[in-house]
Design a protein around this ligand. Structure first.
Ligand code: CU
Length: 483
């Protein structure tokens, strides 16, 4: 009992001194400070978690919505996992609240490592948890509408995957933004052994405000609303008819240059379409390969950096060898005037693009797009997967690597008529180029897709291949060889 009284007394003194130090009357900032003190006292008390601290003042009121997150490790990644309610089991779940809600997040430590949870825009910063099963609560008022990022502020943890979105009301940071992420499994079935025929593809140039990262949006230029655009699939000898329509709402002229086409500008000259216009051209697919297509309207790098690229596969006669799963991944850079991580609608910077200083690097259009469960590449142990990897760029070569895997076969420079390289760790993919890689899956877990120029992983360039199935201790196991 005496101990409890002394703790309360210390809390009260700390709370008063904290209030004296705080100039702002923003309650959202007061509460986390008090929470962190309460948690620090918990530490002094042997690290045992108590009921959420009852603070004597600076209270933001009864929580109107509560979430529980548990820290977890997923392969090479660190994550928050939802506990209970609609977010139960979800990795880095999106927390949806209404403007004015008093939000309480309980963070439970799933590891004996240091973690916390922070939301900058609400001045909400929890105390650290350091011991297994230790918990801390964070309470704040969601007093701005939009999408904001919650993350762990321990150095390196955000980059390792500890971040998610809290959505207050609708939209992204007050901006109405749509998802432009192309799902990596969204590609047509193999052509197979058929003969040459006519293949028609309709491309629509659409300028959309899309979600770039948690809390930030960007005006993308897209083919058909996603980045990359549709995966076009044909075979050698096919006649390929491309129709490009530019939405009436577009501010810019657009076009398409397909590297698979032989002819002036790869179609770029005959497809320049102003808003509301439609143009069509046809080419014969003379050579097999995995090719990039992109907009070719000046400033071309602006249009590419804004998302106007995709892949067209020209299969060889007889088709490609069968695999269990195919995936479609493209890398690009985004040059925003505002620094990486700035919330709101971000602006394109022509100057940064000219100096090749992107703020974001992305797979499939948005920061960390392929790291959420919704957009993972998923497969099973025992399967062989094929990834078509292209670089829209416009400027940076990718050193494409899948952490924890080796490419059994790598078709460099998109050439499908050359024999593949075998047993490759990392493969260069130049801007305006592509590769096809294949590998078998032996061990379950998370395999992280990166550009091995790893600074880019901290600017959004990361994806996850999620592999399920039985363990294979012959190939990989924790601990000594002969336990
Ligand atoms: Cu364009």
């Amino acid at each position: 009992m005496k101990r409890t009284y002394s703790l309360l007394a210390v809390l009260a003194v700390l709370a008063l001194s904290a209030l004296a130090c705080i100039e702002s009357t923003d309650l959202a900032q007061v509460q986390p400070t008090l929470d962190s003190m309460a948690a620090r006292l918990d530490d002094l008390d042997g690290g045992v978690s108590h009921e959420p601290a009852h603070v004597p003042s600076g209270d933001v009121g009864e929580a109107t919505i509560e979430f529980t997150l548990r820290t977890d490790a997923e392969g090479h990644n660190l994550v928050f996992r939802g506990v209970g309610g609609e977010i139960d089991g979800q990795i880095n779940p999106t927390l949806v609240v209404q403007p004015g809600d008093v939000v309480q997040i309980t963070l439970i430590n799933g590891q004996a490592a240091e973690h916390d949870i922070v939301i900058d825009e609400f001045g909400a910063h929890s105390a650290s948890v350091t011991q297994l099963d230790q918990s801390v609560t964070l309470t704040f008022v969601a007093d701005q509408e939009g999408s904001f990022e919650y993350y762990c502020s321990i150095i390196g943890h955000r980059a390792a995957g500890m971040f998610g979105t809290i959505q207050v009301g609708a939209g992204s940071a007050g901006v109405d933004a749509v998802s432009i992420i192309k799902h990596p499994t969204d590609l047509p079935a193999p052509v197979g052994a058929r003969g040459p025929q006519l293949v028609q593809a309709e491309l629509v140039a659409q300028e959309v405000v899309g979600q770039l990262a948690g809390g930030s949006a960007y005006t993308y230029f897209t083919f058909n609303g996603t980045v990359p655009g549709p995966f076009i699939r044909a075979r050698v000898g096919d006649m390929v008819e491309i129709t490009l329509r530019n939405e009436t709402s577009s501010a810019f002229t657009h076009s398409v240059d397909l590297h698979a086409a032989t002819g002036p500008g790869g179609g770029g000259e005959v497809t320049q379409v102003g808003a509301g216009e439609t143009k069509t051209f046809t080419f014969q697919a003379l050579q097999p390969g995995i090719y990039v297509y992109h907009c070719a309207t000046p400033s071309v790098p602006h249009h590419i950096a804004s998302g106007m690229y995709g892949l067209i596969l020209i299969e060889p006669a007889g088709g490609l060898p069968p695999v269990d799963r195919e995936f479609y991944v493209m890398q690009g850079e985004i040059y925003t005037a505002e620094p990486y991580g700035t919330p709101g609608l971000l602006n394109f910077s022509h100057e940064k693009m000219s100096h090749e200083q992107p703020e974001y690097f992305v797979f499939n259009g948005a920061a960390a797009a392929l790291t959420t469960e919704e957009h993972w590449l998923t497969a099973n142990v025992g399967e062989t997967v094929r990834i078509f990897v292209g670089v829209g760029g416009p400027n940076f070569t990718s050193s494409f690597h899948v952490i924890g895997e080796i490419f059994d076969r790598a078709y460099a420079f998109g050439s499908l008529s050359s024999p593949p390289l075998t047993d490759v760790q990392t493969i260069s993919v130049p801007p305006g180029g592509a590769v096809m890689v294949e590998f078998g899956l032996d061990v379950p877990g998370h395999y992280v897709l990166v550009d091995h120029a790893l600074s880019r992983a901290e600017r959004g360039l990361m994806g996850i291949l999620h592999v399920e199935g039985p363990q294979n201790p012959n190939i990989f196991h924790e601990g000594p060889a002969n336990p």
